[in-house]
Ligand binder design. Structure first.
Ligand code: PLP
Length: 404
């Protein structure tokens, strides 16, 4: 057993000290949580307490009583832009550039096709992150085929060097969903621009966990989901960011009537809306959109820099506790040790990972398993305590000792 008593006492004391000094500790009270240690908020964020009463009102009053009047009187029609503007500060975007709606997969399609259309003649190559979350790769391949481009898979770390004169667009995951590696958004964006290409960032595993800085770094397009670190709920609408200067040239491959300049004129000819509404498609998913709207209340008074600082402290502590409590050689972290390369999760390679995760969940420590052999632990600074980190690593140690 690798756990020595003095070391264990030191880690316990350190976790207590960090929890006592945690300026985000009270944000946890804005969520519905139980005794389990929930480290799967990078897959489905916990439920914010504001959501159920808000949805109850939306259903009973806005839908039940006001009915059709709510499209106007309850602000349903403009909710995609309004909710987009609430997400915007979390990803470093000024207002008017983010619209909420559709799934991430659908927004990948809009973004990649629109980027190819903006890239101009002679650019017929779509670069895709070789380790991408599968849906991005599948959709990008189809988008490339439809636009007469060829697709080339490139490691995200090589993306800057690989963008060339034929590249129309590079589609990159900001944080790798499997390893938790954080990619170089400023560097890749600058390199793509230097090559004359556009870049689409997938923020699914970074938005709500760390500063993104879309405007600051001149990102062209970005997409992301809201049910992970943004706690919007299962199937919550995704979002699309189009940099303001590009909006007039954004030619949507899905020009539904909601993105028309005058939707209720019911014109035969399509004329695109100005601003972020151009990224809309059809009738918005109002119930889940307003659940997301309520879920975003948890961010009131919370700065993303403080979230990032706590995220790194949580993952640092977890890596140290794993080293202390898990017998040597049984797990290997694939998450970068360097802060500048680390997202907000820790991925541990482990023999029999699927069964190990099942045993952890049975003991009240909830992470997830990704094939072939990855234990994934997501750290959500708004509601994860340092004491949870300690308990997770200790439980992992005792599960693995039982296995040896
Ligand atoms: C979670 C995730 C998605 C999910 O796409 P959906 O359309 O919401 O199913 C896409 N891309 C990445 C990188 C993800 O992490």
């Amino acid at each position: 057993m690798s756990e020595s008593l003095p070391e264990s006492a030191m880690l316990t004391e350190r976790a207590e000290r960090l929890d006592a000094a945690d300026e985000l500790a009270k944000v946890r009270d804005r969520f519905e949580l139980d005794d389990a240690v929930y480290l799967d908020g990078n897959s489905l964020g916990a439920l914010p307490s504001a959501v159920a009463p808000r949805l109850q009102d939306v259903i009973a009053r806005e839908w039940g009583s006001l009915r059709i009047r709510s499209w106007d009187e309850s602000g349903w029609w403009t909710a995609p832009e309004r909710v987009g503007d609430r997400i915007a500060p979390l990803i470093g975007a000024a207002p008017g550039q983010v619209v909420a709606g559709d799934s991430t997969s659908v927004n990948v399609f809009k973004a990649v096709v629109a980027a190819v259309r903006m890239a101009g003649a002679g650019r017929d190559e779509v670069l895709v992150d070789a380790a991408t979350f599968p849906t991005d790769g599948y959709i990008a391949e189809s988008a490339a085929r439809m636009t007469g481009c060829r697709i080339r898979a490139v490691a995200a770390s090589d993306m800057a060097a690989e963008a060339g004169p034929r590249t129309a667009v590079a589609l990159v995951n900001h944080v790798d969903y499997r390893t938790g590696r954080l990619h170089d958004l400023p560097g890749v964006t600058a390199a793509a621009h230097a090559a004359g290409a556009l870049v689409v960032w997938d923020l699914c595993h970074s938005a709500g966990a760390l500063p993104v800085g879309l405007d600051e770094h001149g990102v062209d397009l970005a997409i992301g989901c809201t049910y992970k670190y943004l706690n919007g709920g299962p199937g919550a609408p995704a979002y699309l960011y189009v940099r303001r200067e590009l909006q007039p040239r954004f030619d949507s491959p899905l020009p539904g009537w909601n993105s028309h300049r005058d939707p209720f004129a019911m014109e035969a000819a399509y004329r695109p809306a100005q601003g972020s509404a151009r990224g809309r498609v059809g009738t918005p998913e109002i119930l889940s959109l307003l659940a997301l709207d309520a879920a975003l209340d948890v961010w009131d008074g919370v700065g993303i820099e403080a979230v990032r600082a706590k995220s790194l402290a949580l993952t640092d502590l977890f890596l140290e506790c794993v080293a202390a409590y898990v017998p040597a050689g049984l797990v290997e972290s694939t998450t970068p040790a360097a802060h500048e390369h680390r997202g907000s999760q820790v991925a541990l390679r482990c023999a029999g990972a699927e069964e190990v995760m099942r045993a952890l969940i049975a003991r009240g420590v909830v992470g997830d398993f990704r094939p072939p052999d990855i234990l994934r632990f997501g750290f959500t600074p708004l509601y994860t305590r340092y004491a949870d980190v300690l308990r997770a690593a200790r439980t992992l140690g005792s599960v693995l000792e039982g296995n040896t």
